[in-house]
Design a protein around this ligand. Structure first.
Ligand SMILES: Nc1ncnc2c1ncn2[C@@H]1O[C@H](COP(=O)(O)OP(=O)(O)O)[C@@H](O)[C@H]1O
Ligand SMILES: CC(=O)N[C@@H](CCC(=O)OP(=O)(O)O)C(=O)O
Length: 260
């Protein structure tokens, strides 16, 4: 029997920080029929709040070093302001959304990453996704809105990259649904040359990915994004697109599709 399709979208800091783009995205996302989940980051907003509070930000290869003070900033920003604003934005468009950190409904558990070569601080590596809970919410016609805050079942909150959350939620839900995963960001897709906004690579498979890594064509947040995409494809996620927000209303626009 064919599985029902589940649409999972992830938006990051550049979309969230642009009120017009965010508002249009939430309107277009609300119109999508059938089961759907929205995952969001907000790294840019966390960095801005940290700056106001004189807390230094350190990122390594697109991942944040999360000190105890930075963890508070991250939780306030992702699970507080951004998550609630997005939920309200979806409600405005008639999409009944439920905001979740990983601790809510025990939806995402994680363990604090061991400091090996780099000490990432309170960064969480996901151990389990509560797929039954997510399926239940979705079956009630509600849309889970999940942020990058996880917990370790010992009362400790942890910071997990939102691209990783999207990829692992998609992988876990693939056992129950045919999952289509969409990474929405401000550019048209993955670029051959970051200086040329039109140099979109339409299709990336594992060989092309290795070539992009070899030639240092990808950097910063694109590193965890592509790493997570290939992990999800290995876990039966059917389709992954990396595109501009316009992709929601026009799937034929130039963008990047990923396959193994
Ligand atoms: N080859 C590339 N193509 C596209 N974006 C790239 C590339 N290399 C690095 N990037 C950077 O990756 C960023 C996207 O990752 P990230 O910062 O995590 O954004 P978001 O969280 O908004 O998805 C882009 O804004 C861009 O600056
Ligand atoms: C551990 C880690 O790096 N966590 C990320 C989580 C937020 C995120 O991923 O935000 P974007 O999607 O906007 O980049 C961070 O704090 O930046």
């Amino acid at each position: 029997m064919k599985k029902e399709t589940l649409f999972i979208a992830k938006i990051g800091g550049n979309i969230i920080e642009n009120p017009e783009v965010l508002s249009q995205f939430l309107l277009d996302f609300s119109k999508i029929k059938g089961p759907k989940i929205l995952v969001h980051g907000g790294g840019k907003s966390a960095t801005q709040l940290a700056e106001k509070l004189a807390i230094p930000t350190e990122m390594i290869d697109g991942r944040r070093i999360t000190t105890a003070k930075m963890l508070d900033v991250v939780v306030m920003t992702y699970a507080g302001l951004i998550n609630t604003k997005i939920v309200a934005g979806l409600q405005k468009n008639g999409c009944n959304a439920l905001g979740l950190s990983g601790a809510d409904g025990n939806v995402i558990t994680a363990v604090k990453r061991e400091p090996l070569f780099i000490d990432y601080g309170y960064a969480g590596d996901i151990t389990e996704i509560n797929t039954s809970f997510l399926k239940e919410i979705v079956s009630m016609g509600m849309t889970p809105v999940v942020c990058g805050v996880t917990h370790d079942l010992e009362g400790q909150l942890l910071n997990t990259n939102a691209d990783t959350i999207a990829s692992q939620v998609a992988s876990a839900m693939a056992a129950r649904y045919e999952v289509s995963l969409f990474y929405c960001f401000e550019l048209k897709g993955v670029l051959t040359n970051i200086q040329d906004k039109d140099s979109v690579i339409p299709h990336i498979n594992q060989n092309k990915y290795a070539e992009l890594l070899d030639t240092n064509a990808i950097s910063h947040g694109m590193l965890p994004k592509l790493h997570n995409c290939f992990k999800a494809l290995e876990q039966e996620v059917k389709t992954i697109h990396i595109a501009n927000a316009d992709f929601l209303t026009n799937p034929n626009i130039l963008h990047t599709t990923l396959t193994l």
